[in-house]
Design a protein around this ligand. Structure first.
Ligand code: HEM
Length: 480
């Protein structure tokens, strides 16, 4: 191309970009001027862990519908959120989820037919009735974790509750997937698999914000960080393959250990519908979606209660008057505990970030704004849970607001998502939250947040890319 042609072409692309920015599908919606041109500021906030807060600040300035990029909109209106996520709405998961390579899981798939089939197949394993059979296993693990937390605190002056809730959540998923716990609670530390999962997960913000950079990086295998991630991923695959083979071997030999697992009713007779590779991909998604999420919410619950003496006193009194050996059924009858769990999920549910969906063909009118097809619309629990109309004084951790929840509160609450793509692990998560919180505050009614090793509220600052994590990656507590 000669110099004039090159200049003309350049000129045209600038003009095209200008035309797209000024007349593009979402150019007339409220939002910053810059967001008509680029979503770069948004992408940068993914790296700093402040995406949800950034989008929330835009809602506070521009209202319930806000443009966050040239083809992306976030919506904080609860009616519109239900409209997007309800069954058969036509809003499918966006390309954000297409990171699973060749293999799709119930979580990652964008195909509604595949999803419906997989969810029908596995849904039965996650019902309250099915989980009731698994409860003794979970209770046993939680009891051991709580006892060991006390020992560690007495030995070292404090204990990192985030560490212990992560070990517990990992062991629960290991036990319920493979019929054998990872034994991390018993050992008091993460095994190589858990370390690899954390290492592989650490790349997610970069992969979400700048996938091209990561793609380029894959051609530079000498970068040590990327090399480590690659090795972690290989070890995760090998470990899971080995566990699934061992599990299937146990099933074949009629071992009792396999009776209390997610796949117990599936592996016999329906193996054609769920191959060992499918099982591996599903387990991988349970580890990602069901361990840090539960552990982080539980950690914030402990922190928020310990920071509020009146709440702690009321909760511990209720627990001490309750059953000695808690069961999930009995704990659900304790009204204040339920309010505490609900408020922890509202303020600190571990998936507060955007859930992006593609607007279906023909476009859609959401919260009074027409949004054309092909645009990505997101909703984020962070904003819906901080709507002052539904939750007055929204930043305040106030369990008593759930004593008589209004319809607005119920409609706005979406810690587990809603509709057919809502969390399949909701009952398991609630069971773990109730059992672990009850055991902890029964055993340690005077637990307090430590200031040892420089622990401060800064450690608990909310770092959110897709999932929530305390910025300090720890929460030190002192128990007697
Ligand atoms: C406090 C803990 C938890 C929270 C806050 C949470 C939250 C969520 C949310 C918001 C979604 C929707 C995600 C989206 O649309 O992108 C989701 C989906 C999902 N969650 Fe959870 N979750 C929790 C625990 C669990 C557990 C314990 C499991 C166990 C296996 C689990 C497995 C899944 C799966 C497989 C999906 C995808 C469901 C589908 O698309 O059909 N989650 N979760």
């Amino acid at each position: 191309m000669d110099a004039i042609g090159y200049r003309l072409c350049n000129h045209c692309s600038v003009l095209n970009a200008a035309r797209a920015a000024l007349t593009g599908p979402v150019s007339s919606l409220p939002g910053t001027q810059l967001s008509k041109w680029t979503d770069l500021p948004l992408r940068l906030t993914i790296l700093t862990g402040r995406r949800a807060q950034y989008v929330h600040a835009l809602h506070e300035k521009y209202g319930a519908v806000v443009r966050i990029g040239p083809r992306e909109v976030d919506i904080s209106d609860r009616t519109a959120a239900r409209q997007i996520h309800r069954a058969n709405s036509g809003f499918l998961k966006s390309s954000f989820y297409a990171t699973g390579g060749r293999f799709q899981s119930m979580f990652s798939t964008r195909d509604p037919v595949f999803h419906a089939k997989r969810r029908r197949l596995l849904g039965g394993c996650f019902t309250e009735a099915a989980l009731a059979k698994l409860e003794p296993t979970i209770l046993n693990l939680a009891q051991t974790a709580v006892v060991k937390m006390g020992k560690e605190s007495r030995a070292h002056g404090c204990v990192d509750v985030l560490k212990w809730w992560t070990l517990l959540a990992m062991d629960v998923i290991g036990q319920l997937s493979f019929g054998q716990s990872f034994d991390m609670v018993e050992r008091g530390e993460k095994n190589q698999f858990a370390k690899d999962v954390a290492s592989a997960g650490s790349i997610l913000p970069l992969r979400t914000a700048f996938p091209t950079v990561l793609w380029l990086g894959s051609y530079l295998p000498f970068i040590p960080y990327l090399q480590d991630i690659g090795q972690s991923r290989q070890r995760i695959m090998a470990y899971q393959q080995e566990r699934i083979s061992r599990y299937l071997h146990l099933v074949e030999h009629g071992s009792e250990d396999t009776a209390k697992t997610f796949f117990a009713t599936l592996v016999k007779g329906q193996s054609a519908e769920l191959t060992p590779v499918d099982m591996m991909v599903e387990v991988q998604s349970y580890v990602t979606a069901g361990t840090d999420t539960t552990a982080v919410t539980l950690t914030y619950l402990i922190w928020a209660v310990c920071k509020n003496p009146a709440i702690q006193t009321r909760l511990t009194r209720e627990l001490q008057a309750g059953p000695k050996v808690p069961s999930y059924k009995a704990l659900r009858e304790l009204p204040y505990l339920q309010c505490v769990v609900e408020e922890a999920l509202r303020c600190y549910g571990a998936a507060p970030g955007s859930l992006p969906r593609d607007v279906p063909s023909g476009g859609s009118t959401l919260a009074g704004h027409y949004i054309p097809e092909g645009v990505v619309v997101s909703t984020q629990a962070y904003s819906l849970h901080r709507d002052p109309e539904a939750f007055p004084d929204p930043e305040r951790f106030d369990p008593s607001r759930w004593e008589s929840p209004t319809q607005q509160m119920k409609d706005a609450f979406c810690a587990f998502g809603t509709g057919p793509r809502g969390c399949i692990g909701v009952h398991l998560a609630r069971m773990e939250l109730c059992l672990a919180a009850a055991l902890f505050f029964r055993a340690y009614p005077d637990a307090k947040i430590s200031d040892k090793d420089g622990m401060s509220d800064m450690d608990m600052d909310l770092s959110i890319s897709f999932l929530l994590m305390p910025r300090g990656h720890r929460c030190l507590v002192e128990v007697q």
